[in-house]
Design a protein around this ligand. Structure first.
Ligand code: SF4
Length: 238
C-alpha cells in the first residue's frame, strides 16, 4: 500500500469509528483544502456526520463559492452558523470595522464574536466534533493528536488528518477530483477571513499568511483555545 492509501484507510477507519461510537457528531469545515478531503471522505461514505461552516461575514467570495461547489458536486448543503448581529454591530460601533489589526486582544474579541460563539451553538448537543487540522501546519499545532479530550466543549474532538502532510492533501485532491478553493492557486495555503489572510511567498510557513502582523505563538482564532490559552489536551487512546 502507498503511504497515501494507508493514510486514507486510517482516516476512513477514524471517521467510521466516530460515526459508530460518537454520534451525534459534526465536522467544522473552513472550506479549505484539508476540509475538502474530509468532506469528500464523509460524503462518499454517507457517514452520519453533519458538516457546518462558520460564516463570519468576512469570508472571501472564493470561500463562499465553495458552498455551491459542494452542493453541485455532492448534492449536500453545508449548514451555516453566523455571528449574533447585535454583537457584531456593537463591536464595530465601538471599535471600528477592522479593529482586529490594533491588538491581539481586539483580534481575539472579533474572533470570539464571529467564530467562537457561533461554534458553541454549532457544537451544542453533539458528542464529538471533527476538524481538518494537521500537525505540520504550524508551531501551535505541533502536538496535535487524532483524538483529543475537548474539555472546553465537553466532548471528544477528532483531527483525522493530524498525520497528513500538505503533499498528502493535494495528492488526494488531485487523485479524486475534489473541488477546492480557488485561493489555493493564488498563494493561500491557509484560508481564513479575508482581512486577516494574505498570500504567502515561496518558502514561508503555511500559516504565515494568517494574522501575519502577530507573533506565531498567538495565531489561533480561539476555536482551539480555552481562556485565551492554547488547548492541546492529552491524546486519548484510539
Ligand atoms: S479572522 Fe479576522 S475578521 Fe475573522 S473573526 Fe478573526 S479577527 Fe475577525
Amino acid at each position: 500500500m502507498s503511504d497515501l492509501t494507508s493514510l486514507v484507510a486510517a482516516t476512513n477507519a477514524t471517521l467510521a469509528r466516530i460515526a459508530a461510537d460518537f454520534t451525534p457528531a459534526v465536522f467544522a469545515s473552513s472550506l479549505a483544502a484539508e476540509d475538502m478531503v474530509l468532506t469528500d471522505l464523509i460524503l462518499k461514505a454517507k457517514l452520519p456526520i453533519g458538516i457546518f461552516s462558520l460564516e463570519t461575514g468576512r469570508l472571501h467570495p472564493e470561500t463562499l463559492a465553495m458552498l455551491d461547489k459542494v452542493k453541485d458536486t455532492y448534492g449536500y448543503e453545508i449548514a451555516l452558523y453566523r455571528p449574533q448581529p447585535e454583537a457584531v454591530e456593537a463591536y464595530v460601533a465601538q471599535n471600528g470595522l477592522n479593529a482586529f489589526y490594533d491588538s491581539v486582544e481586539m483580534r481575539r474579541e472579533c474572533c470570539r464574536i464571529r467564530k467562537v460563539e457561533p461554534l458553541g451553538r454549532a457544537l451544542a448537543g453533539n458528542k464529538a466534533w471533527v476538524t481538518g487540522q494537521r500537525r505540520a501546519q504550524s508551531a501551535t499545532r505541533a502536538e496535535l493528536h487524532v483524538q483529543e479530550d475537548d474539555a472546553a466543549h465537553g466532548m471528544v474532538k477528532f483531527n483525522p488528518l493530524a498525520d497528513w502532510s500538505e503533499q498528502d492533501v493535494w495528492d488526494y485532491i488531485r487523485a479524486n477530483n475534489v473541488p477546492y478553493n480557488a485561493l489555493h492557486d493564488q498563494g493561500y495555503p491557509s484560508i481564513g477571513c479575508a482581512p486577516c489572510t494574505r498570500a504567502i511567498e515561496p518558502g514561508e510557513d503555511v500559516r504565515a499568511g494568517r494574522w501575519w502582523w502577530e507573533n506565531p505563538d498567538s495565531k489561533e482564532c480561539g476555536l482551539h483555545l480555552v481562556d485565551g490559552k492554547l488547548v492541546r489536551i492529552k491524546s486519548v487512546a484510539a
